[in-house]
Design a protein around this ligand. Structure first.
Ligand code: NAG
Ligand code: NAG
Ligand code: NAG
Ligand code: NAG
Ligand code: NAG
Ligand code: NAG
Ligand code: NAG
Ligand code: NAG
Ligand code: NAG
Ligand code: NAG
Ligand code: NAG
Length: 406
């Protein structure tokens, strides 16, 4: 009987821990071999304008390739091309690309291997004087808007620092105006070989089919006394695909404290529900490069709108040949009644994940699983151990018989 009880304790604990390990064990093991090159195939006499570059990141799978191209000729853009071949390559007609960015001057060959292409382009930074403190560009009178910063006109005092070991590329730009004397807009691109998370908040979960862009606006002199900013970006994809923005709740706030939502702008083939690509972000921005909890500020996105011409990005103009479809939205930083405006820290950063297939979903973290396991397991173990103890005592007192108290 004792053995039976002991066994049942073991099996209960085994089930509890086993379930925990089961949840832990479903981590995805898909990997890509990632390599980074700058200006593929560029040879003299062709030269790019100063500060302009094309960064090519190749993510090689077993029999497919995921190409990412980051370029700042015109508005900064990230192009993602998925092919069903492990031999697909980027081909650039450099004189044509440099001179006119004409359609077809940058391609991924063989063309027949291309399964899906889409591009994300950062087009404008909007600034408005939020005198009513609504933090909502749509409720703000048009007269409160300052002329937007057109990113296609930025001078990219570009700093492409390619880091082969962690596959990150950083580029910064600005313009020769008073506001930008000490300011810059930077994009940090990261590609990943396997599943994981960055330490830096919002610590989005990534995998080998995704890449990440962190955007920050640093040191810009605000033009108003209550300035807030919004970032406009557009997505370009082959015709035959359509986009929508979904907002899901997210269970786990361990990695992004106090944020329980995740937004994803997904692309599906027309008349199909299957998701082929996505931009995913959490509705939060940070007011410091190394933020603490108080430096988080919510952000929100506007409605997705169709844009009737492709954005002024050399990369997008050179790659898409067949009437691509463009749509866009704004991400605005801040929340109504928030007394902290951009001028307080002169810094705001926001992060988006760009990838292929279904967007990664948060699951319970190891810590949470351990907490749940301990939380459920401990009372259970106490009850069982207590039961056994009571049973043994009862048995012992039965065998010895009651001692008369007196
Ligand atoms: C791709 O590789 C996997 C694993 O080697 C294999 O199972 C699959 O059939 C391959 N797919 C194609 C289209 O060749
Ligand atoms: C670039 O364009 C200029 C004029 O637009 C032309 O003179 C020049 O030949 C072109 N260069 C190449 C390599 O196509
Ligand atoms: C790649 O996809 C194309 C169609 O997009 C198809 O014709 C071709 O057979 C595929 N190749 C492989 C190796 O699966
Ligand atoms: C502030 O709010 C009032 C009333 O809602 C509105 O009429 C006005 O246009 C708003 N001002 C700005 C600058 O948005
Ligand atoms: C470029 O990067 C280097 C090293 O990260 C840094 O020292 C330098 O200030 C950067 N230059 C610009 C223009 O941002
Ligand atoms: C590249 O990244 C690794 C890992 O983050 C870091 O240790 C290293 O210093 C970086 N190298 C350069 C040149 O920035
Ligand atoms: C830019 O920085 C310099 C040195 O820190 C400072 O003197 C100047 O006032 C700043 N300019 C603006 C427009 O903030
Ligand atoms: C990444 O994409 C490849 C090719 O479409 C697919 O086989 C793989 O399962 C995907 N991995 C993840 C983690 O989404
Ligand atoms: C900002 O505030 C100062 C003083 O509080 C005022 O003189 C100035 O006109 C204001 N600027 C704008 C753009 O409202
Ligand atoms: C999508 O469905 C509509 C109506 O069901 C049809 O007219 C259209 O041709 C379909 N489009 C594609 C790309 O299959
Ligand atoms: C972004 O916001 C600005 C200002 O409200 C508006 O003019 C612009 O059309 C918006 N862009 C998109 C893509 O919605």
């Amino acid at each position: 009987m004792t053995t039976f009880k002991a066994n049942s304790i073991c099996s209960v604990l085994f089930v509890v821990f086993g379930a925990a390990l089961g949840i832990l064990g479903n981590g995805d093991t898909f990997r890509r071999k990632v390599s980074v090159e700058l200006n593929p195939g560029l040879t003299p006499p062709s030269v790019l304008p100063p500060g302009v570059g094309v960064v090519h990141v190749r993510g090689l799978g077993l029999n497919d390739t995921l190409h990412f191209l980051l370029c700042n000729a015109g508005a900064p853009a990230l192009l993602m091309v998925h092919t069903n071949s492990s031999r697909s390559a980027v081909q650039v007609d450099w004189p044509e690309f440099i001179n006119h960015s004409s359609a077809g001057s940058l391609r991924v060959a063989p063309q027949s291997s291309v399964q899906y292409s889409s591009a994300l382009v950062f087009t404008r930074v909007w600034e408005y004087d939020d005198v009513n403190n609504t933090a909502d560009p749509q409720q703000t009178a048009e007269t409160s808007f300052y002329p937007p910063y057109e990113l296609q006109n930025f001078l990219w005092s570009l700093n492409v620092s390619v880091n082969q070991s962690d596959h990150t590329v950083t580029l910064c730009g600005g313009e020769k105006t008073e506001s930008f004397v000490n300011g810059s807009l930077c994009l940090q691109f990261s590609a990943f070989e396997s599943e994981g998370r960055e330490k830096v908040w919002p610590s989005l979960r990534h995998n080998a089919n995704s890449s990440q862009l962190r955007v920050w606006l640093d040191g810009v002199t605000p033009r108003g006394n209550h300035s807030r900013f919004a970032l406009e970006f557009q997505s370009v994809a082959d015709s035959g695909f359509e986009g929508r923005v979904d907002v899901h709740s997210s269970i786990d706030d361990e990695y992004t404290p106090s944020i329980f939502k995740v937004s994803q702008w997904v692309s599906s083939p027309v008349n199909s529900s299957g998701v082929v690509g996505y931009n995913q972000w959490k509705p939060v921005a940070y007011r410091k490069p190394q933020p603490v909890f108080e430096d988080a500020t919510p952000c929100k996105h506007s409605q997705l709108v169709s844009v009737n011409r492709i954005p002024r990005s050399g990369l997008v103009q050179a790659y898409f040949t067949d009437h691509p479809h463009t749509s866009g939205l704004n991400i605005s930083f801040g929340i109504d009644k928030d007394p902290v405006f951009y001028s307080n820290s002169k810094y705001i950063s926001w992060t988006v994940l760009v990838g292929l297939g279904e967007p990664p979903a948060d699951s319970f973290s190891t810590l949470i699983i351990i907490i749940i396991t301990v939380g459920l397991g401990t009372p259970l173990a106490i009850i069982i151990v207590g039961g056994v103890f009571v049973w043994i005592r009862k048995r012992m007192s039965n065998s010895s018989g009651y001692e008369p108290i007196n």
